[in-house]
Write a protein that binds this ligand. Structure first.
Ligand SMILES: [Fe+2]
Length: 426
């Protein structure tokens, strides 16, 4: 895809330069206007290509190929003269382009460290050989796949070009600044779950729910979250995934962002991974005291009583969720809460007997029509399960719109949130 962007950038540059010749000193209107149209589109295409192709390689190929093609058009169309020295120079440009392509590596190959053997062994010990192999296998096969894989057919968050187009549209419509400010104005929301069989000692037990942090999305994202959580009162913190902005590539910036947020969180912290997260992030997150629940369950204890908190790996794109493994240790009749990145597995979770399900992923649409009506929610679930509190059969649920933003660093008619969930017996 990014090679096609570069090819388009070259062809548009050639078209623009040809129009320069046809404009005859800006005396002919149409070619004069087309110069700016073709060059503008060419710059847009090369900007999109730079998401995956090294700057030095992309620019050299763009300039070199453009120069060579324009020289050939000069000879063929405008009957310009061609000397042996010109032919030799064109051949050298062609050789240079071939050489640059031979040495080209994708951007993420330069920035994302492959998991070394020790890290892989840690993961195998932590989640089991099969889970590690399956999750890493899908990640390494094609992290940024547009079609197929996962519970939805098309994965818009994996399309780097769409990110560029949305940002360009916001910039051109002069909405970028307002969207950015909206994305940093994190609100506090409160929700109650009434659970008649809640052990009395857990009356009022409160969970701080964070979701879709996307901490490396842009400057100030960690600070906005820190400002939102400082001073809140709660017993434990749960995070329903998506620490990273992109769905592929480097992840250290997201971990660095979490390391800044971590000291501002109190009590035990439990988290799951989302479709934007690599399993390779697990070791770094747990090293900073964030206990991941990767198809696992922990017991939350208070005054001799217990409730159960389960979490599953991403069910949306990686389909690495194993609800049976997470739910099996929970005794019948026990109060049980489930963390799932996406609400898409609400049916299975309700059938498995969970009392409460906390999710995120949808961002509530992130860019919504007035009244908070989402354009897209990117989830294979009815919209009533995609924002805020909901119920399915006997299970209560809550889907957070998240504190961060992805694809575009902007929100409209859908403010970011952190949520306090209070457990009540009645
Ligand atoms: Fe997200």
């Amino acid at each position: 895809m990014h090679g096609l962007y570069l090819l388009a950038a070259i062809l548009l540059e050639v078209a623009g330069t040809t129009c320069m010749r046809l404009a005859e000193g800006f005396t002919r209107p149409l070619p004069s206007v087309l110069i700016f149209v073709f060059y503008g589109l060419s710059f847009a295409c090369i900007t999109l290509a730079l998401e995956k192709i090294q700057l030095s390689v992309a620019y050299a190929i763009w300039a070199g190929m453009g120069t060579a093609l324009i020289a050939l058009i000069g000879v063929a169309v405008f009957a310009e003269s061609m000397s042996p020295l010109k032919w030799l120079s064109l051949a050298m440009i062609a050789a240079g382009v071939v050489g640059l392509n031979l040495d080209a590596r994708p951007v993420e190959a330069m920035t994302a460290a492959d998991p070394n053997e020790e890290a892989r062994r840690w993961l195998e010990r932590r989640v089991g050989r099969c889970h590690a192999a399956m999750r890493l296998g899908v990640e390494e096969e094609r992290e940024a796949r547009l079609f197929g894989q996962g519970r939805t057919v098309f994965h818009i968050e994996n399309w780097g070009g769409f990110r560029g187009l949305v940002r360009l549209a916001l910039r051109l419509s002069l909405m970028e600044g307002r969207g950015l400010r909206n994305a940093r104005a994190v609100q506090l929301r409160c929700n109650d779950f009434v659970l008649p069989h809640l052990p009395p000692v857990f009356q009022g037990y409160t969970l701080l729910h964070l979701s879709d942090l996307h901490l490396d999305m842009g400057a100030g994202m960690p600070d906005a979250l820190i400002e939102a959580v400082d001073g809140l009162q709660y017993d434990a913190c749960v995070i329903t995934g998506d620490f990273r902005a992109k769905t592929y590539g480097a992840y250290q910036a997201a971990l660095d962002g979490m390391a800044r947020v971590r000291p501002h969180l109190k009590g035990d912290i439990y988290a799951i991974l989302g479709n934007h997260d690599s399993l390779r992030m697990a070791q770094g997150l747990e090293a900073m005291g964030v206990r991941l629940l990767l198809n696992e369950t922990v017991a939350l204890r208070r005054g001799g009583s217990v409730i159960h908190l389960a979490g599953i790996d991403d069910p949306h794109y990686y389909r690495a969720d194993n609800l049976e493994k997470a739910a099996d240790p929970i005794p019948a009749g026990g109060v049980s809460l489930l963390l799932s990145h996406s609400p898409e597995i609400y049916r299975q979770a309700a059938s498995a007997g969970f009392d409460v399900m906390l999710a995120g992923h949808t961002h509530g649409g992130q860019i919504c029509l007035p009244g908070g009506i989402p354009l897209i929610v990117n989830a294979r679930a009815p919209r009533r399960y995609c924002v805020g509190a909901w119920r399915h059969q006997r299970m209560q649920g809550y889907t957070s719109v998240g504190s961060g933003a992805s694809i575009a660093d902007a929100r409209f008619n859908c403010p970011p949130e952190v949520t306090l969930h209070r457990l009540l017996q009645e």
